[in-house]
Design a protein around this ligand. Structure first.
Ligand code: ADP
Ligand code: MG
Length: 545
């Protein structure tokens, strides 16, 4: 047996790992399994190019939990390591000046792990002892066992291991006993490993027999090795996308549509983004996009990585160019990440434009659900605004849709005020403002319906963007003044007559005041419709009498 010291320039790297990575202990499993995946893929590559002549065989990665011994074991059939390779890749931790580095990043310790070759060492966040049992794929290799108890000392010895590959055995420490549980490991595997490219087995499949759940002989493979976003879009149908969406978000309604991202220059990025059906609260919808790095789950909080408005979308983004495991502040400043972000915006805009051009009717049908994304994007992202001008729609109170240009043409001859400003009339509530809308329409004006969550901001924004134009609420007094004096129909009732009428109506409508009815005379000016009684607050129903 050989003893040695781990080649880092600090005596106490493990306490530091434990302390600063406290919040994220669970990532040890992801780190170890992604190493197993790497080792397997390396073996496959060697076999493909003829540098490995042995039989590849079954390369399933197996995870097991021993609740008695308090161990978790991750086994792969990848390339394995020789004693020399352990010395090189494990003992000499892959960065120099560890002290200095840790000092600098101690408040940002996620930056250490992974990015600097510390993935394997994250196992010490949860273990009092770690063993590596490994047999290299190289012909005539001697299997070895490496063992370390969390101090910088380790031992290495020859063992008898017949199968190529590596077993990592974690002896879980007292503080982290919660991980020694099938349910917990299942949860972590689902979260981090659900789409890994190599099969990962954990336990046996179960089935229901005589009202009891019993184990079968079949291994339980926890991942889909060929997730939809890695497949060619031309082979996929809407139904495939919707099914994948339901796998990701089991409770959600079908999405409006999807965008399959597939970029290989100037960086690699694949993914599928979905426009979900947003219910009334946009805040609860945020952060549903999952970020992957080579099919390894990284995070689902993507602020700073995708443009703000796209945090409302759902789906997955996978890029080997988004560094795994680095901190949020690092990600946000990374120039690759910035490029990725603006590229995604462009792709999303391009796809929307394409749908608008090729399937305008269906685009219009979805507009009410879609507009919140587009308006939000236009409000918060200048570049997106520029792109979206082509397909952003305005809806009028008759339910007709127009692009900005189309709408301008509709109103340019009939809706200008005395200062020659173009006047966009809008209603914020089609029912409450019914009589005003009718009145405006009877004067030959068009009225937009702006009743969305973001419309107040959106109107302000458009007013700044549209030159020589302003937006006017249909129930303000301005619409009256828009038309030439001679064409105006005067309201022929005096105040006394109005009072009289109100009294008459009140006597006919039971509980008029209590039920919050309001007598409205505006309609009189518009056409020959008599008076209207509107019930304002709760029923928002209108009766024409
Ligand atoms: P990284 O994966 O970023 O290289 P890690 O700390 O996770 O850093 O792993 C360090 C190195 O140890 C790997 O690059 C690899 O050479 C080796 N290694 C770790 N786990 C395995 C394994 N299961 N099989 C073969 N080699 C491994
Ligand atoms: Mg690793």
């Amino acid at each position: 047996m050989q003893k040695g010291k781990i080649g880092i320039s600090t005596e106490n790297i493990f306490p530091i790992i434990k302390k600063y990575l406290y919040s994220d202990h669970e990532i040890f499993l992801r780190e170890l399994i992604s190493n197993a995946v790497d080792a397997t893929q390396k073996l496959n590559t060697l076999a493909r190019i003829g540098d490995y002549k042995g039989e590849v065989g079954d390369t399933t990665i197996r995870v097991s939990v021993d609740e008695e011994k308090n161990t978790i074991t991750i086994s792969d059939r990848g390339i394995g390591m020789t004693a020399d390779e352990i010395e090189k890749y494990i003992n000499q931790v892959a960065f120099s000046g560890a002290n200095e580095f840790l000092e600098k990043y101690k408040n940002d310790a996620n930056a250490i792990i992974g990015h600097f070759g510390m993935g394997f060492y994250s196992s010490f966040m949860v273990s009092e002892k770690v063993e590596i049992h490994t047999l290299s794929h190289k012909e005539g290799s001697q299997a070895v066992k490496w063992e370390c108890d969390g101090s910088p000392e380790y031992t290495i010895e020859e063992i008898d291991k017949k199968e190529r590959g590596t077993d990592i055995v974690l002896y879980i420490d007292d503080e982290n006993k919660n991980f020694v549980s099938k349910d917990e490991i299942n949860r972590l595997l689902k979260k981090y490993c659900g789409f890994l490219p190599v099969p990962v087995a954990f336990g046996k499949k179960t089935e229901w027999k005589d009202g009891k759940e019993v184990e079968t002989d079949e291994e339980n493979i926890i991942n889909d090795t060929n997730p939809l976003w890695t497949q060619a879009p031309s082979n996929l149908k809407d139904e495939d996308y919707n099914k994948f969406y339901r796998d990701l978000y089991p409770m959600a309604e079908d999405p409006l549509f999807n965008i399959h991202l597939n970029v290989d220059y100037p960086f690699n990025l694949t993914g599928i983004l979905y426009f979900p059906k947003i219910k009334n609260n946009i805040e609860v919808q945020r952060n549903k996009i999952q970020l992957y790095c080579n099919q390894v789950y990284v995070t689902d909080s993507v602020e700073g990585i995708v443009p703000e408005f796209l945090t409302l979308l759902h789906g997955v983004i996978d890029s080997p160019d988004i560094p795994l495991n680095v901190s949020r502040s690092y990600l946000q400043s990374d120039s690759n990440v910035k490029k990725i972000s603006s590229h995604i915006t462009k792709k999303v805009a391009d796809r929307l434009d394409e749908i608008f051009k090729t399937e305008r009717q269906s685009f219009e049908n979805k507009w009410d659900d879609l507009k919140i994304f587009i308006e939000y994007g236009m409000l918060t992202d200048e570049k997106f605004y520029d792109r979206a001008q082509k397909f952003a729609l305005l809806k009028n109170t008759d339910g007709k849709f127009f692009t900005f240009d189309e709408y301008k043409n509709i109103i340019k001859d009939s809706q200008t005020d005395k200062d020659n400003q173009l006047v966009y009339l809008y209603a914020t509530d089609a029912q409450d403002q019914f009589s005003f809308i009718e009145a405006a329409k009877n004067k030959g004006y068009d009225v937009l319906l702006m009743d969305g969550q973001l419309d107040t901001h959106y109107i302000n924004h458009l007013e700044q963007k549209f030159e020589g134009a302003r937006f006017v609420r249909v129930d303000s007094d301005v619409p009256e003044k828009l038309i030439p004096k001679e064409e105006q129909t005067e309201l022929k009732l005096t105040e006394a007559e109005k009072d009289n009428l109100t009294t008459i109506f009140s006597s006919q409508v039971p509980n008029m005041e209590k039920a919050n009815f309001v007598v409205s005379f505006e309609a009189l000016a518009a056409d020959d419709k008599p008076v209207m009684i509107t019930q304002q607050e709760f029923m928002r129903r209108m009766k024409e009498m």
